[in-house]
Write a protein of this length. Structure first.
Length: 502
């Protein structure tokens, strides 16, 4: 029988390696197939902007404060808002699943209105800085730009760099970040309401230069038929534009998620190209007048005239009470009336508007813009008209009072039936002046979000910077209204003078 030699048995290490290799070969297909599924599951678990908005309870509609006069970022045409910031916010809101309600607000009042709860978010080229980060919730930047140094076309001061600003006058909005840049270079800051006023001051020689956003300045030069200014330098500082909300609002994670989605799918870049890569054809001043003549007139009919009528009527009632109190023999009514008149006449109307609209919400009294304007204007009229009525009443001879008492009239009846009818003739001219002043004072209510004729003119002129035509049109309408008041005054004086002996 042949003898066979047996094969040697494998060692323990080799056996373990074979088993491990077999296991890896068996598990490899499962690992390859499982990896994408696992990644997809992670992606699916990441919340979308809409889901985050629901968790944060972002209000619907989302009220957004914006100027409407800062081209090309925020522009109001009729009742619609447009511009770079507006379209970015619209796209954000679409991803959040909410509607947007824009609240036109002047820049100097923007953060006061935000603090007072007049709106939820600011979308108006808000620059991110450490001070604002401490006070407000800021979003991630949605556009980055820089500043430019602008001088008049003939540059009489020879300013060529930011270092040349030292000791020069620079027109700036005092609450903007560009005002801080001008100060850092030693400029004497001259406060203006906005870039348009700054440009006008520069061209007229009232200031020497200005520092402002590069994109806004380029848009001004491109759309203005006769800009009269030029860019001579750029700042090293970069400006990152963000949205702002009240501290602790909880809105920003969802807004940041929406901004990230827009950056990824190219939405933000497409909006940017619309406003900063296309030529803009500015209309002529006549085309602008024809287009906006009725909208501005309608604001006069629907806002300025009703605001004036309501405020003057309520103001006369307040004035009569104050005048009676002022003439009272009792100490308390007389002291109250004197204090009220002193406060009203001793404080600016603008401050009174601020206090009623922005300060009262801090103690729980929240008024809408129009009622707030009526209250402020009525109180103001009452303070001035009270002295007019008092002087008119006291101009009536004391014998009239005595004659009324002789026939048994009480003091109140004598005042109503004898004294006031005679005093009315004396009071009509000064009260008419008060009414005319009130008509023009309604333009100040734009500071508390009332859109009246002057504010509508600003909206109309902002896209093309042709403010002369629009302000001229608003001035014409004011003049027409005042002419009507003067005509009514003349007729009233004639009627009251019919039975006066000459």
């Amino acid at each position: 029988m042949p003898v066979t030699t047996p094969r040697p048995a494998p060692g323990p290490l080799a056996a373990r390696l074979r088993v491990l290799a077999a296991l890896l070969l068996a598990l490899l297909p499962a690992l390859v197939l499982a990896a994408p599924a696992g990644a997809q599951t992670d992606a699916e678990q990441r919340p979308t902007a809409r889901q985050m908005a629901q968790q944060a309870e972002i209000p619907d509609p989302l009220r957004v404060g914006t100027e409407g006069v800062y081209a090309p970022f925020s522009i109001r045409k009729g009742d619609e808002f447009t511009g770079f910031d507006i379209e970015v916010m619209d796209a954000v809101a679409e991803r959040l699943g909410v509607e947007v309600e824009y609240v036109p607000t002047q820049w100097d009042s923007m953060f006061a209105a935000l603090d007072a709860g007049r709106f939820d978010v600011v979308a108006n080229q808000v620059t991110s800085n450490p001070e604002r980060e401490q006070l407000y919730d800021l979003s991630d930047p949605y556009v980055e730009t820089g500043g430019v140094l602008v001088v008049a076309e003939d540059n009489p001061e020879g300013i060529e760099s930011l270092e040349d600003l030292r000791g020069k006058r620079s027109a700036q909005n005092i609450t903007s970040s560009w005002a801080e840049v001008a100060k850092e270079y030693g400029a004497k800051v001259v406060g203006v309401d906005g870039m348009t006023e700054a440009m006008a001051s520069l061209k007229e020689g009232r200031v020497d230069a200005l520092v402002n956003d590069k994109l806004a300045v380029r848009n001004y030069i491109a759309t203005n038929p006769d800009p009269g200014v030029k860019i001579v330098a750029e700042t090293e500082e970069k400006s990152e534009s963000v949205f702002a909300a009240k501290k602790g609002s909880g809105y920003m994670p969802a807004i940041n998620k929406a901004l990230a989605e827009m950056e990824d799918d190219g939405t933000t870049q497409a909006i940017y190209d619309t406003y900063f890569a296309a030529d803009v054809q500015a209309p002529t001043w006549w085309e602008l007048v024809k287009e906006n003549a009725w909208p501005i007139a309608w604001k006069g009919i629907s806002v300025t005239i009703p605001l004036t009528a309501l405020s003057f009527t309520l103001g006369l009632a307040i004035a009569l009470l104050a005048a009676v109190g002022r003439m009272s023999q009792a100490a308390v009514p007389r002291a109250v009336a004197r204090s009220y008149i002193s406060i009203i006449r001793g404080t600016p109307l603008l401050v009174q508007l601020y206090l009623i609209f922005f300060a009262l919400p801090q103690i729980g009294i929240d008024l809408n813009p129009f009622p707030a304007a009526v209250i402020a204007l009525s109180l103001n009229v009452g303070g001035y008209a009270a002295e007019v009525i008092r002087s008119a009443v006291e101009s009536i001879p004391r014998g009239q009072w005595e004659a009324a008492r002789t026939i048994g009239m009480s003091q109140r009846t004598a005042l109503r039936r004898i004294i006031l009818p005679q005093a009315a003739r004396t009071a009509v001219p000064p009260l008419s002046n008060t009414l005319i002043s009130l008509i023009k004072d309604t333009s100040l209510t734009s500071i508390i979000l009332v859109v009246e004729m002057v504010r509508q003119a600003q909206f109309a002129a902002a896209p093309t910077f042709q403010f002369m035509a629009m302000y001229g049109l608003a001035a014409f309408y004011f003049w027409v209204i005042c002419l009507v008041v003067s005509f009514v005054q003349d007729r009233t004086e004639e009627r009251l003078s019919r039975y006066v002996a000459h």
